[in-house]
Design a protein around this ligand. Structure first.
Ligand SMILES: CC(=O)SCCNC(=O)CCNC(=O)[C@H](O)C(C)(C)COP(=O)(O)OP(=O)(O)OC[C@H]1O[C@@H](n2cnc3c(N)ncnc32)[C@H](O)[C@@H]1OP(=O)(O)O
Length: 201
């Protein structure tokens, strides 16, 4: 497996892959001062000709940056799933997506491409999690929820059942979402309230 981005997020992905018995051979990063992450060599900026058939995961936590890079990279995309994650056999997991330590994906949930289901997060039954979403550590997404493209569900947030969460929205850490959230909205608190609407991409 190859990674793009020698970040803290990449360290967690390496931990997942190593626990699953998958070797990480190299990491691309544009910063010439980065030479190694944990024990893995950092080999410079992205090159399509570097081991072209080897799967790659974009190891960048920022959803917009991960989206931009994924549309440009020419390698096939792999997935990283920690063995402690509980994933129902009905779950669909897209290319480039990662499921960290202790995360739970329940029955009939569909997870798109380049999604992060972070440490200890849970996404319950019948959810649809679109591409480039990040469900941060400890967040709880209850049953029957649609999460739109590029949205961040912050650490420890709770999203109540059967709600529609828009595209490129941000749910603040610890928020309790009780109503649908529009595209690009940033919400915080319990119950969650909109504090601003971000600019579209
Ligand atoms: C492994 C990992 O680390 S994964 C990392 C996952 N990341 C996260 O979970 C972080 C999620 N981000 C947040 O919660 C952020 O605070 C955001 C995005 C909601 C807001 O960030 P910003 O847009 O920079 O807002 P800012 O910090 O200026 O705060 C604006 C107001 O909202 C309040 N606020 C910000 N975040 C929260 C929150 N999570 N809960 C309650 N209130 C909040 C601030 O106190 C401030 O209130 P004030 O105007 O009365 O002073």
């Amino acid at each position: 497996m190859l990674l793009y981005g020698a970040s803290g997020h990449a360290k967690v992905i390496i931990s997942c892959l190593q626990a699953a018995g998958v070797a990480v051979d190299a990491i691309f990063d544009d910063d010439p001062d980065k030479k190694k992450l944990l024990t893995i060599p950092v080999v410079g900026g992205y090159r399509a000709e570097y081991n072209p058939g080897e799967p790659l995961v974009v190891a960048i936590g920022d959803n917009r940056v991960r989206c931009r890079l994924a549309q440009w990279i020419q390698h096939p995309f792999g997935t990283a799933v920690h063995p402690s994650a509980l994933i129902d056999s009905s779950v669909m997991l897209g290319n480039g997506s990662v499921v960290m330590h202790g995360a739970i994906l329940q029955v009939d949930t569909c997870v798109g491409n380049h999604v992060i289901i972070n440490t200890g997060a849970s996404v319950d039954h019948d959810c649809t999690v679109a591409d480039f979403v990040h469900v941060a550590p400890g967040a709880v997404v209850c049953g029957g929820i649609q999460v739109g493209t590029g949205t961040l569900i912050g650490a420890g947030a709770v999203v109540c059942p059967n709600l529609n969460i828009g595209r490129w929205a941000t749910v603040g850490a610890g928020a309790v979402v009780t109503r649908p959230i529009p595209d690009y909205a940033v919400v915080v608190g319990n119950p969650a309230r909109i504090i601003k609407i971000n600019q579209p991409l």
